[in-house]
Design a protein around this ligand. Structure first.
Ligand SMILES: C[S@@+](CC[C@H](N)C(=O)[O-])C[C@H]1O[C@@H](n2cnc3c(N)ncnc32)[C@H](O)[C@@H]1O
Length: 300
């Protein structure tokens, strides 16, 4: 189990949070896992070292979808992954793209500063747009895992808002490496009263975005939305990640975050679903961009 060894090695240093080891796979961590799914044939075009620039131009201008792979010296990204190219997979469906990303990429081949980053990278682009547009100074990240997104958010906030902008990162276990100065890490269950209280104190009234990427079970996510939504000011967002499990109908993970978001919206008129944030279509948070449109009611 190469993956398990790698995970264990990474996390031993930070095991003071709780005794449990993160050797567990993505399922038990409440994270994503590869669903059993039909796999599409990958067409790997044999390399043609002899293809000249003129040949390539001629092929391209014909709009061919079967271009030779002239970067023949390149190796596939991992040894069990055949080289695939846009032109060879051009007729892939979005469902197949998502299966491919899930099976082959997200867990082992998406990195920020060399740290595994379990995100759909198109979502990260949308997140930085939200952070920029809404003047966010604090991001509460529920679920850090290895910390790739934590570092990404840390760098982004520092660049956008300066050194006082903060990532509040919450996980059952501490990522296995030191975190930047502007990261306030809370080791605990996201829905535990002590965790919520510490997060609220660290927010200190600043403009806040919440990205929930921890336990994706619908009932848990619904509790997270209820507990953290009061911290979000008008115009800012609670992002319930991984509603993709509901859309793809990955049975072992449903009902998931999309169901939780719908339930929350049915009981709360202070938020709306902003589907414009799904503009790239290929998001892992369909039905999950919840935007506050009214101030939070005073709790008596
Ligand atoms: C999908 S991973 C997070 C990936 C990370 N956000 C990233 O972008 O790389 C889910 C993480 O949520 C954590 N988690 C699961 N249940 C949790 C809970 N109840 N409270 C806090 N963290 C939790 C797991 O320990 C795991 O590290």
């Amino acid at each position: 189990m190469q993956h398990g060894v790698f995970v264990a090695g990474l996390f031993l240093a930070g095991a003071e949070c709780i005794g449990q080891s993160l050797v567990s796979d993505a399922v038990s961590a409440g994270g994503r896992t590869a669903p059993s799914a039909q796999w599409f044939e990958s067409t790997n075009h044999a390399a043609s070292d002899k293809t000249t620039t003129n040949d390539r131009t001629a092929i391209m201008s014909k709009g061919s979808r079967s271009l030779p792979n002239w970067q023949s010296g390149d190796k596939p990204l991992s040894k069990d992954m055949e080289m695939e190219t846009l032109e060879a997979q051009f007729d892939m469906t979005l469902r197949q793209w998502i299966e491919r990303y899930q099976h082959k990429l997200v867990f082992e081949q998406v990195h920020y500063r060399g740290i595994p980053t379990w995100k759909n990278v198109l979502d990260l682009w949308v997140y930085q747009e939200i952070i920029w547009e809404t003047g966010v100074e604090v991001v509460i990240e529920i679920g850090a895992r290895y910390g790739g997104t934590t570092f990404w958010l840390s760098d982004l906030l520092r660049n956008f808002r300066g050194p006082s902008a903060t990532v509040i990162s919450i996980d059952l276990e501490r990522p296995g490496r030191g975190l930047p100065d502007n990261v306030h890490f809370i080791c605990g269950d996201s829905i535990a009263p002590a965790t919520v209280a510490e997060a609220r104190a660290a927010v200190a009234g600043r403009r806040t975005l919440v990205i929930a990427d921890g336990n994706h079970a619908a009932d848990h996510v619904l509790q997270e939305i209820r507990l953290y939504s009061p911290l979000i000011p008008e115009g800012c967002y609670f992002i319930a990640e991984d509603g993709i499990v509901d859309v793809m109908d990955w049975k072992e993970h449903t009902p998931g975050p999309m169901v939780a978001a719908q339930q929350f919206l049915s009981e709360n008129d202070e938020f709306t679903l902003d589907r414009a944030r799904e503009k790239f279509l290929l998001t892992y948070a369909p039905g999950g961009f919840l935007k506050r449109i009214r101030p939070a009611r005073e709790v008596s």
